[in-house]
Design a protein around this ligand. Structure first.
Ligand SMILES: Cc1cc2nc3c(=O)[nH]c(=O)nc-3n(C[C@H](O)[C@H](O)[C@H](O)COP(=O)(O)O)c2cc1C
Length: 293
């Protein structure tokens, strides 16, 4: 299916985009108006865009339903300060509750049951239960349109972070396995970061990878190796050569049983190479795959 966004209703546009651009981190924004009334609402149109200066942006959109604006937007236009509280799994149901359209004079800390804690540099309070809180100065608010659904970029500079000791490692950095973020997807869907959903991809360093296009044809066109496997193989910095010292029992057995049938042997070697790649053993996989050439 191919769709042109200008052929859709605002609600359909929002639906396709929110399901496709996911998961999105959640900014739980605490703001205050000139009269001192506090507001607390979640926004998943949110991310970081710069670390030096430290800039994060979230977007309270004009309501698709009736083109009205959100209290959070009105507040940051009056008092350009916000505390962004990061949402983790322990908080998600109360965060959803805080997103109800309570009247302007309601401080959502109260109905959602969160604890307000004074911030140190800005006026809006922090959410005590959040494990990462960022005190921010709003440096610009940029409207993206005037119709229902139009976003308003609230561009914030992070001045100070408060990080719960329980999620720090011994070097005082955040331990990614200890902060169980939740993120918003389409409709009512959320995702949760935990040890089952986390995995690591080795960062390519300053040296270039050889590239998938440089892989020998029988590897590049393999019916067994996946795109991820080719990515792993193409990420080596120099094209590996056969290492005569490489010893492997499975490889020996494959040679022994399949030497009379080269097609079957290639299939077996690719299957074994894939197993090694899926286990993160790239150098070993290269040795096995080179044995087919
Ligand atoms: C997890 C979550 C993420 C949300 N993200 C956004 C968003 O990015 N932009 C937006 O305009 N509304 C978003 N909403 C809806 C607002 O939170 C909701 O409209 C809220 O009532 C606004 O409150 P306010 O008028 O007090 O600022 C989200 C709701 C939830 C539960």
């Amino acid at each position: 299916m191919v769709i042109d966004l200008n052929q859709l209703t605002p609600a359909e546009r929002q639906n396709y985009l929110q399901h496709a651009i996911a998961p999105r981190p959640i900014c739980f924004a605490s703001t205050i108006n000139k009269a001192g009334q506090v507001n607390l609402s979640p926004f998943s149109f949110f991310n970081m865009f710069s670390s030096n200066p430290p800039i994060v942006i979230f977007s309270p959109a004009r309501r698709v339903r009736d083109n009205t604006t959100k209290h959070t937007l009105e507040n940051v236009l009056e008092v350009p300060e916000v505390v962004i509280n990061i949402v983790d799994y322990d908080m998600v149901q109360q965060v959803s509750l805080a997103s109800c359209e309570f009247p302007r004079d309601i401080d959502e800390f109260v109905p959602s049951g969160f604890t307000a804690e004074p911030a140190t540099l800005v006026k809006p309070p922090m959410v005590k239960e959040s494990k990462v809180k960022m005190e921010c100065k709003v440096i610009e608010v940029k409207p993206l349109g005037t119709e229902g659904g139009a976003g308003n970029l609230v561009i914030c500079e992070v001045l100070r972070m408060h990080i719960d000791d329980s999620i720090l490692n011994e070097k005082k950095f955040i331990d990614q396995t200890k902060l169980h973020h939740v993120a918003r997807l389409g409709g009512d869907w959320y995702s949760k970061v935990d040890s089952n959903s986390l995995f690591q991809v080795e960062k390519p360093n300053v040296k270039l990878g050889v590239g998938v296009d440089a892989l020998p044809a029988h590897i590049r066109n393999s019916k067994i190796l996946t795109g991820n496997n080719l990515g792993q193989l193409g990420n080596v910095h120099e094209m590996p050569v056969i290492d005569p010292a490489f010893e492997d029992e499975t490889l020996k057995n494959i040679f022994q049983y399949y030497s009379i049938n080269p097609d079957e042997m290639e299939k077996e070697l690719h299957t074994y190479g894939k197993q090694l790649l899926d286990a993160g053993k790239v150098q070993e996989a290269w040795q096995v795959l080179l044995a087919t050439s």
